[in-house]
Design a protein around this ligand. Structure first.
Ligand SMILES: [Zn+2]
Length: 144
């Protein structure tokens, strides 16, 4: 069969399903409410955001630890990126944020006045202005 006679049709597939977050549910739920839920190791005090069930330092089971949601931009990048389950590609600002009271850094999106979004800027987690398709899309900081 030659290329000229091969039959091709356009098909669209759609798949709906429930996506469970398991032990990450409290973290994801808090994000959609604009709250920063981290983990804290009762043995060594290590604080992680996003939370870890088990401490990376000593293997101890961690506890939930609520942060105030503030932090500092360490570095950032700007690019045209499609956010999954959302609008087509548009310019986004992503940053490595050192949240106050944590021992790690988190990759997140930034929003707000671009002139204020620089390395060293103080930022805080902001509640999403509308329902997001996936809770992790609520991981957005703005300058304050
Ligand atoms: Zn520990």
């Amino acid at each position: 069969m030659s290329e000229d006679t091969a039959l091709n049709v356009d098909l669209t597939l759609s798949l709906g399903y429930k996506h469970g977050f398991g032990a990450m549910s409290p973290f994801m739920r808090a994000l959609t409410e604009g709250r920063a839920l981290a983990s804290r190791c009762p043995k060594c005090g290590d604080v992680r955001f996003p939370p870890r069930r088990i401490c990376l330092n000593d293997g101890t089971q961690t506890h939930e630890h609520l942060l105030d949601g503030t932090g500092t931009v360490v570095r950032l990048t700007i690019g045209s990126v499609p956010i999954p389950l959302s609008a087509p590609a548009q310019e986004q600002i992503f940053a490595e944020v050192a949240m106050d009271g944590t021992d790690n850094r988190v990759l997140a999106r930034l929003t707000g006045d671009p002139a204020r979004l620089l390395a060293g800027a103080k930022v805080r987690l902001t509640p999403p202005p509308h329902t997001v398709p996936h809770p992790i899309q609520a991981l957005v900081f703005e300058p304050y």
